[in-house]
Ligand binder design. Sequence first.
Ligand code: SF4
Ligand code: SF4
Length: 393
Amino acid sequence: MAIDFGKRLGFGALRLPVFDPNNQQGIDYETLTKMIDIFMEQGFSYYDTSYIYHGGLSEDALGKALVDRYPRDSFLLSTKMPIKFMKKKEDMETIFEEQLKKCHVDYFDFYLIHSIGKETYDSCKEWDTFEFLKQKRAEGKFKEFGVSLHDSPEFLDLILTEHPEIDFVVEQLNYIDWMNPAIRSKEIYEVAVKHNKPIVVMEACKGGTLAEIPDEAKKLMTDYNPDASIASWAYRFVGSLPGVRVVLAGMPKMEFLMDNIKTFENFTPLNADEYKIIDQVVEIINSNSAIPCTVCRYCETECPKSIAIPDYFALYNDLKRLEKSSSENEVMTQAFYYGNFLEQGRGAASACIECKKCQKVCPQNLDIIDYLKENVVPVIENYNPMAKIESHY
Ligand code: SF4
Ligand code: SF4
């Protein structure tokens, strides 16, 4: 089928319906099948999966519930190369073929390098991954090639400059991360736009946390528009941005699917009043943060260990918000960002030598040492996303 992004909601198979949220492999196929039927009936067609989602069963779930039941040219299928899990060059071919089988297809519409970062980019160079993918595309095994990332705008700029053959970018984009110093969504968005790359948005509702905001913030939204769900504001924020091709939404429940369809079937961009409300909501959410850091960054320049103090606090605040309403998947995604700081040479939270230089300059009088030791180290630094992922295999 011609690539038509008229209806820009994507069915995110990171979060499919399951019987028990603690068992991501227990997919509820009956509900999933019904949801896919509704999605297709309403004229939506974009599906996003990956090798690792749902303990390795997400691709197969779409193979059964979608591919086996609909003509191949009636939907668009996107999946991702799990470069982090590959041990050697030959794994690219083996896993690519395995993915085609798992998805029950002989070609993908979109194929991505999953969560590209400094370390994975080094593997890509060593294994000639970009050449491998160019070859696969030339063979008709997929149509467009993208990257998903949880890294910095500088890194995105580097790979888009070195590899102009990348067709599109999948990035974490939502109104609370837009100016988040640890995630820098706005700057990443601007890099993609500068390189003329269409953007596919992930985490628009930040793992569901932007549907569960403080009551004071909810009231601002419902007073303005009682008929709109809280989540719809988050989806409309990203859908209103120029250059956004598709907005992915996790679909763990039928009610989420119906609400998302309502938002996107006759999409209305945010107006000026609504942007102002979102600004106020961001302030309320941030003021309810577990660590009330204002990101002035005075402490950072004092630290002899180059600890990215405000960024780690921002990540901690994210994790606390995520814990309230979402699953391991979201916590894991956020934890990747911490690893990025260490890769960039920033000090670990546990490297603090308690010299107190930071605390002397903090205008909020925060007990930075305690927050690092009691909050950041146990919750973020000791969290091991790779162990969590690998435990599925
Ligand atoms: S107390 Fe710790 S975090 Fe603060 S400046 Fe010293 S080493 Fe850095
Ligand atoms: S000085 Fe205090 S408020 Fe400013 S960034 Fe550091 S911890 Fe946050």
